[in-house]
Design a binder for this molecule. Structure first.
Ligand code: TRP
Ligand code: SF4
Length: 400
């Protein structure tokens, strides 16, 4: 219903590695040219699980922003900010908590899963239970239409949609909604008003989804409608009240296939990562010492790339031609493993080179990063306070 606005957040719990790059950041970099994008550091979310090690969060916040910038996220094309610097998120979280049934939170699959997975931590806290609701507040406060996330986060987006619906259902029925909606229909002008009414009836009486879609696009085209009327007309169409909060869509990012140094998925917990800006000597050493097909004990033994983690890296980084060279060379023992690894080392270093270069200016002058974030927080707060005005009003909190 609105121009697409994309929002996503990342918890600052450790250095970013090439898995984050191929799984998430590459996507962000591309999306920033296609949509209005907001990306933020979810430091409060990190506290829900790391409340007893706050220093970890502190250290990682700025490094993570530098990593984003290094990867090519561009502050001229995307708004970058820190969650805790937009306290409106906390206010919305609190207000939404009033209408959030406990059972909904307890049923979010990540709740039990994470408690079990992180069993060394005491996660039977109020904050941790509220994790998905805080995430809903993050999303709803910007009226984001698209939320790029991995598969594991889909239940959180679904939960957010339910919260938005419940909120609109409870608070969208402003006094005199019908009359106000009818007055708004009139403002569309004779022909369009008639069309709107016809489409609305077709949808409400016959469940005609096409009519609903046409009516929505009719509304999308009306530039002159004010925000309140626009919301009423969308709400009136589907029979509910005014839509104060809009339901987001999950934008599934394909799971990163980025393999780690041992062939498992790259992940900090497997200790098999290459960090985004890792220094050249260390990258070289890590790849040189990677395990290979165990059948290749001697240089003259032939191997099978399908059984070798190095091959997985070739799949990410190498050209068709290079891959053929590996396939044939490995199977016929024409190449050795060190030789085979060299193009991977070269490719990883080449991909990291511009990242290291972009990062350098920010490392030399940390004030640049602080300023980017200060700007982003200011922009974010402006957007957030617009939504909060409507939410407070709907909840009876805008006394004069
Ligand atoms: N829960 C998300 C994760 O762990 C991080 C996050 C917090 C987020 N708030 C968000 C992602 C809002 C998207 C939108 O990855
Ligand atoms: Fe792996 Fe390459 Fe050695 Fe074959 S030649 S085992 S693909 S490193």
């Amino acid at each position: 219903m609105f121009a697409d606005r994309v929002l996503s957040g990342m918890r600052p719990t450790g250095s970013l590695h090439l898995g984050h790059y191929h799984g998430v950041l590459k996507n962000w970099v591309q999306m920033q040219h296609e949509y209005e994008c907001l990306f933020f550091v979810a430091d409060w979310h990190a506290l829900t699980t790391h409340y007893d090690t706050p220093r970890i969060i502190e250290q990682n916040v700025w490094d993570m922003v530098v990593d984003w910038l290094a990867a090519g996220v561009d502050p001229a094309n995307a708004t970058l900010f820190i969650q805790s610097r937009v306290p409106e998120h906390a206010e919305l979280h609190l207000l939404l908590s009033m209408i959030t049934p406990l059972g909904w939170l307890e049923r979010v699959p990540t709740y039990k899963d994470q408690q079990e997975k992180l069993s060394e931590k005491d996660l039977s806290t109020y904050g941790f239970l509220g994790y998905p609701l805080l995430q809903s507040a993050d999303i709803l406060i910007y009226r984001a239409s698209q939320v790029p996330v991995g598969e594991d986060q889909v239940p959180h987006i679904e939960f957010t949609r339910e919260i938005a619906r419940r909120f609109n259902h409870i608070y969208g029925r402003e006094p005199g909604f019908e009359e106000k909606a009818k007055a708004a229909v009139k403002k569309l002008g004779g022909k369009k008003a008639k069309l709107y009414n016809e489409l609305r009836i077709r949808f409400q009486e016959q469940g005609d989804e096409e009519a609903l879609e046409s009516a929505k696009s009719l509304l999308d085209e009306q530039q002159s409608l004010n925000y309140g009327d626009r919301e009423r007309l969308f709400g009136y169409l589907e029979g509910g009240g005014k839509m104060i909060l809009s339901e987001p869509q999950a934008m599934l990012t394909a799971a990163s296939k980025m393999p780690g140094l041992d062939g498992q998925k790259m992940s900090k917990s497997y200790d098999n990562t290459i960090t985004l800006r890792e220094d050249e000597a260390s990258v070289t050493k890590k790849i040189r010492t990677m395990p290979t097909d165990p059948a290749r004990i001697r240089r003259t033994d032939s191997g099978n790339p399908d059984k070798c983690p190095v091959w997985q890296l070739h799949l990410v980084y190498s050209s068709e031609q290079a891959k053929q060279w590996v396939m044939q060379g490995c199977k016929s023992a024409a190449i050795g493993c060190i030789e085979c690894k060299q193009p991977v080392i070269d490719a990883v270093l080449a991909a990291q080179h511009p990242m290291r270069e972009r990062a350098q200016q920010y490392l030399d002058d940390p004030a640049l990063v602080r300023n980017i974030i200060a700007d982003g927080c200011e922009k974010a707060r402006k957007l957030a306070s617009e939504t909060m005005r409507d939410v407070r009003e709907a909840m009876g909190l805008s006394y004069t």
